[in-house]
Design a protein around this ligand. Structure first.
Ligand code: AMP
Length: 294
């Protein structure tokens, strides 16, 4: 569950307009390499059919992607030269404004539920309709931390995990130190906290302590958009595939998340996933292993 969007991206490597984006898209496509995915979102009357066909071609169930009269969610972002910082140029909620997500019946027994970035009340509404999920996690963004704090805390209190980037973790907790920020977040509800640090990798905090994963050092990064959602897709997909929630498996899933994020940023929009094989994923996982073994 999350945004399905048409994005305008301005990055040092180039500019694109109206391309496929949205947290739910990146998440679903990344997760689709690991198992069956059921997507929940809404698109407007302007949303190109070929985008839905692309999601279906990845085996993603799109029965929960509703089409409504009006405009698809649109977002524009501009990256700084370092690619670690970006400015949001606009956020137009469009059909998400009046959306009341109803899960298709076939979705309700889903065991792994991810609430990707969107209004926290919509996230909660979806969570409430899942019958008996084994593991639930969510993401959020500065936009919602600033505007919908109370709803966000209500949703946070109900999930097992939060996947969030470093700046947002600081904004959410008013703590600069990420170890402290993770502790504050765990007090708000989630027992597992993952803080993504862009090209500096990711930190996993759980009962076993802290685990640090590097980001894969890439020669060329075109577009960091969706890296966080692709990370979450790889993470949740790998967890669901193994079916175990112990620390060892959580750590392996974090590396799979990092692998999927590293592919995402190599091309604009979801371009890299249009020609990505399972063998490439396993190949990069092996490279990740040798990256920090000594
Ligand atoms: P990330 O780069 O992982 O932060 O994800 C960027 C994606 O999130 C883009 O494709 C946007 O369409 C989408 N997005 C941007 N702002 C929001 C928002 N406020 N709520 C939901 N999705 C958003």
């Amino acid at each position: 569950m999350g945004s399905v969007a048409l994005d305008d991206i301005d990055a040092p490597a180039g500019r694109v307009q109206g391309v496929l984006g949205g947290a739910a898209c990146y998440f679903s496509v990344a997760a689709s390499y690991f198992g069956a995915v059921r997507a929940v979102a809404v698109v407007g009357s302007d949303f190109p059919r070929e985008h839905l066909e692309f999601l279906s071609s990845r085996g993603i169930d799109t029965a929960g992607i509703y089409r409504a009269e009006g405009d698809t969610f649109r977002w524009g972002g501009r990256y700084h030269a370092s690619l670690n910082d970006r400015d949001t140029l606009f956020t137009e909620l469009g059909v998400f404004e009046g959306f009341d997500p109803v899960l298709p019946d076939a979705y309700r027994n889903s065991e792994f539920v991810f609430l990707a970035n969107i209004h926290p009340s919509l996230q909660l509404r979806v969570l409430e309709q899942a019958r008996a999920p084994r593991f639930t996690a969510m993401d959020t963004m500065d936009f919602w931390i600033e505007r919908t704090r109370d709803e966000l805390e209500e949703t946070l209190a109900r999930v097992d995990g939060l996947v969030i980037n470093d700046q947002e973790a600081r904004q959410l907790t008013a703590e600069q130190n990420l170890v402290r920020a993770a502790a504050v977040i765990r007090d708000l509800g989630p027992r597992i906290v993952i803080i993504k640090r862009g090209e500096h990798g990711a930190l996993l905090f759980d009962e076993a302590g802290v685990f640090a994963a590097p980001a894969f050092p890439l020669l060329e990064v075109q577009d960091p958009t969706g890296a966080g959602d692709s990370f979450a897709g790889g993470f949740m997909g790998a967890l669901a595939r193994e079916g175990r929630l112990d620390s060892e498996n959580l750590r392996r899933a974090v590396i799979y998340g990092s692998v999927m994020a590293s592919f995402c940023v190599e091309r604009f929009s979801l371009g890299r996933f249009r020609a990505l094989s399972g063998a490439e994923i396993e190949g990069r996982l092996a490279q990740f292993r040798s990256l920090t073994r000594f």
